[in-house]
Design a protein around this ligand. Structure first.
Ligand code: NAD
Length: 489
C-alpha cells in the first residue's frame, strides 16, 4: 500500500525531512500479514545530531519557547489537544494498520489518554511555581522548578499516542523541548504528528519526531546533550537505557516497565463486577497492556463460580474477535509475527511442561489470516512456572485459589513486578488493609487495570522508576534550584 509521503520522513525543526541514515524498517498489518511499508526511516547519528541541535536552539535563552509566558504555552498545548481530538480517527487508523487494535475499546481510548494529558498539563503551565522559605536564619530562600532542557521520549508499540501524552505533555508544560522516538512496530501515528505540531503553533525544534529502532533509542539515551530520557518498554531495555544514561552524562531517567498484575477476588466480592474487570483487563488490546490483570487469585469459597463466569466472559469476548477495521470487533490480532510466535510458544511450553491446567483458549484462530490468539487461561499453576511468574504481554492469564488474606498478599507481592494490583471485596476495611499491603504503584479496589492522568502512575520494584501523570510527573521534568538571598547584606 502507498503511505502519504510525510509518514516515511522524520520531523526535525518543524520540517519533514529525509532521514540521512540509509537503514529502513518494514512494518506489516497484523490482521492480514500484508506489508504496510518497507520505508520506515531509522534515525542514525546524523539525524539525532540534527534533532538535538535544533532542540538546543529551541530552548536557549531568548528563544521563542523559552521566553513564552506560561499562558501562551498553555494555549499551544490546549490547541494541540484539540487537534489530536479532531484527528482521532485518522491517527487511530494509522496505528491500527500495524498494531491491529480495533477503534473501540482501545484505538480511541489510547488517544483519549493523550488528549487528557495535554489538557491536564496545559493547566499546569502557570502553576508549578516552586517554593519560598522565610529568612529565619538571615537568608530568604526561593526554590525554582527549572526545566531540564532536551528531553527524549522512547516509547513502546502498544499505546503509541497515549505514551506521547504521558511524556511530551508534562515535559512541554514545564518548558522543556521534546524529541520523540516511537516504536519501530507502530511508528505511523507518531510520524503523522509533525503536521499537527506545526498547526498547534509549537516553535521549531520544540517537539520533534525521529522514527527508528533500538539503535536510534540508544543514540538518544547516550547523547551527551540530552538531559533526560523518559522510557517506556521492557525491563531489559529499561535497564540498558539506565546504564547508557548514567555512563553518558548522568541524564535523568524515568522508567515505565513491565508488569504481572495480581487481581485478588475474595469470597464476598460482587462476582459480576470482578469478572467484568478481570476479563476486560485481559482482552483490551489483546492483553498487550503493561498493567493488565494477568495473575488472578480467587478465594476458595467463590473459586468454582468465578472460574465458570470468567471462562464464560472470555467466550463472549471471543465472539467480538475479528478484523479490527470492523466496527463490531473489540479484539484484534497481536501486534506482529514475533509477538505471535513468542506467545504461542509460551502457551505450548506451558502445556508441554505441565506448568498448569489449560482452562480456556490456547490456540490461534484459523478463521483469519492474521496473528490472532484466543484469550487463554491456565489454572492451578506451579509457583515456579514461567507462565505464572513472567510477563507475557498478550491475552494470557493464570488463575489460582487462595485461602487466607495473609497468604494471598504474600503471593501477590512475591514478584519482580509492582505496577498494578486489584482487590475485589465488599468489606471496606479489608479492601483498605490489602491495598496498603500490596507492593504496587497503583491499586484498584473493585476495579483493576485502570489509570487516570491526574494521579501518579508507575511501578515499584522492577516495574520502573519514577512516576508519570499527575503532579508527580512535573517533578520528573524539572530540576529544583535553590536561590539563597542574604538578607543581612
Ligand atoms: P522494548 O523495550 O522492546 O522497546 C521499547 C522502546 O525502546 C522502543 O521504542 C525500542 O525501539 C526502544 N529500544 C530498544 N532497544 C533499545 C536500546 N538499546 N536503547 C534505547 N532504546 C531501545 O519494549 P516493547 O516491546 O516496545 O514494549 C513492551 C514492553 O513495554 C512490555 O514489557 C510492557 O510491559 C512495557 N510497557 C510498560 C508500560 C508502563 O507504563 N509501565 C506501558 C507500555 C508498555
Amino acid at each position: 500500500m502507498e503511505l502519504e509521503p510525510h509518514l516515511t520522513k522524520i520531523f526535525i525543526d518543524n520540517e519533514y525531512v529525509d532521514c540521512r541514515n540509509d537503514k529502513t524498517i518494514s512494518v506489516y498489518n497484523p490482521a492480514t500479514r500484508e506489508l504496510v511499508s518497507d520505508k520506515i526511516p531509522v534515525g542514525g547519528q546524523e539525524d539525532i545530531n540534527a534533532a538535538v541541535k535544533a532542540a538546543l536552539k529551541a530552548c536557549e535563552h531568548g528563544s521563542p519557547w523559552q521566553s513564552m509566558t506560561g499562558q501562551d504555552r498553555q494555549k499551544i498545548l490546549l490547541k494541540f489537544a484539540d487537534i489530536l481530538e479532531a484527528n482521532q480517527e485518522y491517527l487511530a487508523k494509522l496505528t491500527r494498520l500495524t498494531l491491529g487494535a480495533p477503534y473501540r475499546p482501545f484505538g480511541k481510548s489510547e488517544i483519549d489518554t493523550a488528549i487528557g494529558c495535554f489538557r491536564y498539563y496545559a493547566g499546569w503551565t502557570d502553576k508549578y511555581a516552586g517554593q519560598s522559605f522565610p529568612a529565619d536564619d538571615g537568608f530568604y530562600k526561593i526554590v525554582r522548578n527549572e526545566p531540564l532542557g532536551v528531553v527524549a521520549g522512547i516509547i513502546p508499540w502498544n499505546g503509541p499516542i497515549a505514551s506521547v501524552g504521558l511524556k511530551a505533555a508534562p515535559a512541554l508544560a514545564t518548558g522543556n523541548v521534546f524529541i520523540l522516538k516511537p516504536s519501530e512496530k507502530t511508528p505511523l501515528a507518531a510520524a503523522a504528528l509533525g503536521k499537527l505540531i506545526i498547526e498547534a503553533g509549537f516553535p521549531p525544534g520544540v517537539f520533534q519526531v525521529v522514527t527508528g529502532d533500538g539503535t536510534t533509542g540508544a543514540l538518544l539515551a547516550s547523547n551527551m546533550q540530552v538531559a533526560k530520557v523518559s522510557f517506556t518498554g521492557s525491563i531489559a531495555t529499561g535497564k540498558a537505557v539506565q546504564v547508557m544514561a548514567t555512563k553518558s552524562n548522568m541524564k535523568r531517567v524515568t522508567l515505565e516497565l513491565g508488569g504481572k498484575s495480581p487481581a485478588v477476588v475474595f469470597d464476598d466480592a460482587d462476582l459480576e463486577n470482578a469478572v467484568k474487570w478481570t476479563v476486560n483487563a485481559l482482552t483490551t488490546n489483546s492483553g498487550q497492556i503493561c498493567f493488565a490483570a494477568t495473575r488472578v487469585y480467587v478465594q476458595a469459597g467463590i473459586y468454582d463460580k468465578f472460574i465458570e463466569a470468567y471462562v464464560e466472559g472470555f467466550k463472549n469476548k471471543m465472539k467480538m474477535m475479528g478484523n479490527p477495521d470492523d466496527a463490531n470487533s473489540e479484539i484484534g490480532p497481536v501486534v506482529d509475527k514475533a509477538q505471535y510466535d513468542r506467545i504461542m510458544n509460551i502457551i505450548c511450553t506451558a502445556q508441554d511442561d505441565r506448568e498448569g491446567t489449560l482452562l480456556a483458549g490456547g490456540s490461534s484462530l484459523d478463521s483469519e489470516k492474521g496473528y490472532y490468539i484466543q484469550p487463554t487461561v491456565f489454572c492451578n499453576t506451579r509457583p515456579d512456572a514461567p507462565i505464572y511468574k513472567d510477563e507475557i504481554f498478550g491475552p494470557v492469564a493464570v488463575i489460582n485459589k487462595f485461602e487466607s488474606e495473609r497468604d494471598v498478599v504474600r503471593r501477590s507481592n512475591d514478584s519482580r513486578y509492582g505496577l498494578m494490583a486489584g482487590v475485589f471485596t465488599q468489606d471496606i476495611n479489608r479492601a483498605l488493609r490489602v491495598s496498603s499491603r500490596f507492593d504496587s504503584g497503583v491499586v484498584g479496589i473493585n476495579c483493576i487495570s485502570h489509570i487516570h492522568f491526574s494521579c501518579p502512575f508507575g511501578g515499584t520494584k522492577e516495574s520502573g522508576l519514577g512516576r508519570e501523570m499527575g503532579e508527580h510527573a512535573l517533578r520528573a521534568y524539572t530540576e529544583p534550584k535553590t536561590v539563597l538571598i542574604n538578607m543581612n547584606y
